[in-house]
Design a protein around this ligand. Sequence first.
Ligand SMILES: CC(C)(COP(=O)(O)OP(=O)(O)OC[C@H]1O[C@@H](n2cnc3c(N)ncnc32)[C@H](O)[C@@H]1OP(=O)(O)O)[C@@H](O)C(=O)NCCC(=O)NCCS
Length: 223
Amino acid sequence: MELRTTPYRDEYRRQCIDLMSDTWNHNALFPGLTRENLVNELFFHEATVGANYSRIVLDENDRVAGYLFGILKRDSRGRLIRGLRTLGVIVRMLFHFLAGHLGPRRRGWKTAAGLLAMMSALESHRRDSDAFVSLFFVASSLRGRGWGKRLMEDFQRHCEAQGYQRIYLWTDKGCNYLFYDRQGFRRTIEVSSPLLAGYGDEPNGFAYVKPLTTESAAESGVG
Ligand SMILES: CC(C)(COP(=O)(O)OP(=O)(O)OC[C@H]1O[C@@H](n2cnc3c(N)ncnc32)[C@H](O)[C@@H]1OP(=O)(O)O)[C@@H](O)C(=O)NCCC(=O)NCCS
């Protein structure tokens, strides 16, 4: 199979969401959803709206087989447009919430507040100067063949060329988080949340940092 990478374009959006939905099902967070894939759609928009780095893996039929989205905050290009698009996503979420598309509003509000608190805990070690991985995915049929590593290494090279010193991301037990341990990331935060996959006695949400060549591990605040 011939595969290639390309920056994201809107025409790939539906395929990107479908690919994600094959592995992740966030519907259980909002019982009473009026549309099956709505939470994954909102999740995709939220994760990609501020992204100014993207690589999509495409097969020979232009089918999406993987992707990595990143946010480089220091890049001022298009800051206004990104701000407006973020506002658009917030308005869209509010609309669905108020229209009752996310199920009973009281419960939906509690869940949304819990999600925001959990995300804020996982991002508490994130610096403005960090490069951030906002969404990273390889099709299940392609996993274990080096494409995840290639996407991450391309991102790392891009960040290093731009002078970034660390890559930051957060993940949970529903993801293949051991990939990050293997790729030289260090776990910097652990949380326990019923809103994340694999909730139990052990922590199920993790933040990871990877120091880049411009900064030594000792200086990175990892640990
Ligand atoms: C995470 C993900 C993108 C990795 O992509 P992938 O193509 O399967 O990974 P690769 O084949 O490139 O693996 C790269 C290396 O990591 C190792 N690795 C991958 N998963 C691993 C695991 N669970 N445990 C230990 N090592 C692992 C591989 O053995 C390989 O090792 P190498 O450097 O010695 O060659 C992919 O598994 C995925 O999409 N998972 C579901 C979604 C997800 O978890 N996304 C991340 C959300 S934060």
